[in-house]
Design a protein around this ligand. Structure first.
Ligand code: ATP
Ligand code: MG
Length: 201
């Protein structure tokens, strides 16, 4: 049997319990052998540059994943020059990994899928697992109309629905409000040690 490999891409700026909880939920629900977290160098669709440098976001993701033996962090997107296109990353994993791929994303990201580069290629390369997110209503009609292949490739997971976002955490850090219990202590400490997110952009 080949490995069943989950892939969770994101800016992880910073990583938080919302990310970790959906990865664990999907891992258990779909009996994945492992989940790879893939921090983006920068995401072409985000209006702002990340609040923390790539090496900090990578370090925080590694700290957060260290306590789950099924989780690991890949630096492929950060190591690659230029913007991070998911299709490039999935093609690379598809070619390099002997396993079956499951691309995990939140409902907000799924709603955005048609704007991604070569969106039609994505369901050809991987199964897609979409997880509900508080405050987001999924709009499947345009997605299925544009990408009919998605129908057989999509699994919906109700998820733990934690109302946590990196945007809110960056604002909290800038306002000196607590981050604890929203992300692992190791990440809270890393942010304090390196003085990250002190001014909100
Ligand atoms: P930002 O506020 O900066 O956009 P974020 O919290 O959305 O940060 P990202 O790094 O943009 O985090 O998200 C990476 C992936 O994780 C996306 O697919 C996103 O939908 C998903 N995700 C993030 N937080 C949650 C959450 N609380 N519940 C469900 N999915 C989530
Ligand atoms: Mg986001």
């Amino acid at each position: 049997m080949t490995d069943r490999i989950g892939i969770l891409g994101g800016t992880f700026d910073p990583i938080h319990y919302g990310h970790l909880a959906i990865a664990e939920e999907v891992r258990v629900a779909l009996a994945l052998d492992r989940v790879l977290f893939v921090p983006a160098a920068y995401q072409p669709l985000k209006a702002h540059r990340p609040g923390a440098d790539a090496h900090h976001r990578l370090a925080m993701a590694r700290l957060a994943c260290a306590t789950n033996t099924f989780f690991s962090v890949s630096d492929v997107e950060i190591a690659r020059p230029g913007p991070s296109y998911t299709v490039t990353t999935l093609q690379a994993f598809h070619d390099a990994e002997p396993g079956e791929l499951f691309f995990i994303l939140g409902a907000d990201a799924l709603n955005d899928l048609l704007r991604w580069r070569e969106a039609a290629r994505i369901p050809e390369l991987t199964s897609i697992v979409a997880v509900q997110r508080p405050g987001i209503t999924l709009n499947m009609k345009p997605l299925f109309a544009a990408l009919p292949a998605l129908r057989e490739r999509l699994t919906m997971i109700d998820g733990p629905r934690l109302d946590i976002s990196s945007s809110e955490l960056r604002q909290r850090a800038a306002d000196k409000r607590p981050l604890r219990y929203l992300m692992p202590d190791s990440v809270v400490e890393y942010i304090a040690e390196h003085g990250l997110y002190q001014s909100h952009s």
